[in-house]
Design a protein around this ligand. Structure first.
Ligand SMILES: [Zn+2]
Length: 417
């Protein structure tokens, strides 16, 4: 297993990193473009693209923006609406694993940005059936979230004839360097299926055993090509036009709009995914069992590339957070109606043989590929022995409303200032 000589990604990364003669990964090479490209000119180019979609007669929205109660949502809406002056329709897929911080962040986003929003909430019975199925089939309890949040905006764009969808960062560019910023890669059904959905689209998970019908998967179905072509739907990524630095961006959003942060179980970054009980917890732990690394490695690689962290510091953080067990597992099991034994039995089928082996006592232990790796070896003893370091990430006070007045509630009371 090869580890990048600059960041901590390895040749086992599921998004197919490549390495050059100096042992530097494709993600780090494409990252170099962040310091080389003329971002002012690229921002102007974005302006010209957006101008082409502006609805000057006011008969419709200018674009669709997928949002959540976390993860770059504030920055994307701020940029599109307040910097470029567009009139977006916000859309959000209810992932069912909402934290109170996420509910408040979304309420606050609607109020502070003064935007219309559409929400899709799929019935909980279907969501649980799908989750049971995808856990068993692909070891993922998060498929429905990813499927829903990547397709609901496309369905809305088709239905309301709004051709432009604006996303934040494309992981294939920002994380692994599959494409250059100059490729200006756009949203495709193929990338969604192969990389976001682990090869399974909605129609692939119709299943009698788990009681999932054609009708149940309709909310997750990608529109037909002819429907997309009729409206001319395209999805662009802001990180091809704006020098992407999510930490700095989030800190601006905390200052300017009161974005709320929270500690995360399996990473030091307190800004991402604060809206979800599972993303940096049960879901990330399953990713660690399947792929031998978790969110902390993504955040460490990002910080190393932006020169805010040394490789050694990164290795220490991976060692600390990489093996932290989930804290919210009992919540998930209660929601699913699943025992802990069943959960571990299912996940054991999906453990990667490259990273895990049974020892003489039939317990799981890391393979030599992990213990010899330079990518930072997750260590449970280390995680349990030391306090989780936060590396100066801002922890905002809780935005819980103290307003006891009997006023209308717009899906969760946010901060009204
Ligand atoms: Zn690298």
């Amino acid at each position: 297993m090869q580890t990048c000589t600059r960041c901590l990604y390895t040749s086992r990364h599921p998004l197919n990193l490549t390495f050059d003669a100096d042992g530097v990964c494709s993600g780090c090479r494409v990252h170099e473009e962040k310091d080389a490209l003329d971002w002012r000119a690229r921002g102007d180019k974005l302006g010209r693209i957006l101008e082409g979609y502006r609805n000057n007669i006011g008969s419709n929205y200018d674009c669709v923006i997928p949002v959540s109660g976390a993860r770059d949502s504030y920055f994307i809406v701020h940029t599109v609406k307040n910097v470029y002056g567009m009139n977006p329709l916000l859309v959000t897929y209810n992932k069912h694993f909402n934290t109170d911080v996420g509910v408040r962040n979304l309420a606050n986003l609607r109020m502070r940005m003064n935007c219309d929003i559409m929400t899709l909430t799929v019935n909980p019975v279907t969501v649980k059936n799908i989750t049971r199925h995808t856990m068993r089939r692909m070891g993922s309890m998060y498929w429905h979230c990813i499927a829903g949040q990547t397709v609901y905006p496309v369905q809305v764009a088709v239905k309301f004839k709004i051709p432009l969808i604006i996303w934040g960062a494309h992981q294939g560019v920002d994380q692994v360097g599959m494409y250059s910023h100059l490729d200006e890669v756009e949203m495709t059904r193929k990338y969604r299926k192969e990389h976001d959905l682990m090869g399974y689209e909605a129609e692939d998970i119709v299943d009698d055993f788990d009681g999932i019908s054609e009708q149940d998967v309709a909310p997750y179905r990608y529109p037909e090509n002819r429907e997309l072509e009729r409206v001319g739907v395209r999805g662009i990524y802001l990180n091809n036009y704006i020098r992407w630095d999510s930490r700095t961006q989030h800190e601006k959003m905390i200052r300017d709009y009161g974005y709320e942060t929270a500690p995360q179980t399996r990473t030091f970054d307190t800004y991402h995914d604060v809206d979800c009980w599972n993303y940096s917890d049960v879901h990330d732990y399953t990713k660690y069992l399947k792929h031998g690394y978790g969110k902390v490695t993504d955040h460490v690689c990002r910080e190393i590339r932006l020169r805010r962290m040394t490789r050694h510091e990164g290795q220490m953080l991976v060692q600390h957070y990489g093996a932290v067990p989930p804290r919210n597992l009992s919540l998930f099991l209660k929601w699913m109606g699943m025992t802990e034994n069943a959960f571990h039995y299912i996940l054991d089928q999906h453990r990667s043989a490259a990273f895990w082996q049974r020892n003489a006592l039939w317990d799981w232990e890391p393979t030599a590929a992990v213990t010899n790796s330079k990518a930072g070896r997750p260590c449970l003893e280390q995680a349990l022995a030391t306090e989780a370091p936060h590396r100066d990430y801002i922890l905002t006070p809780s935005g819980q409303s103290t307003d006891a007045s009997n006023a209308y509630i717009l899906i969760g009371k946010g901060v009204t200032a």
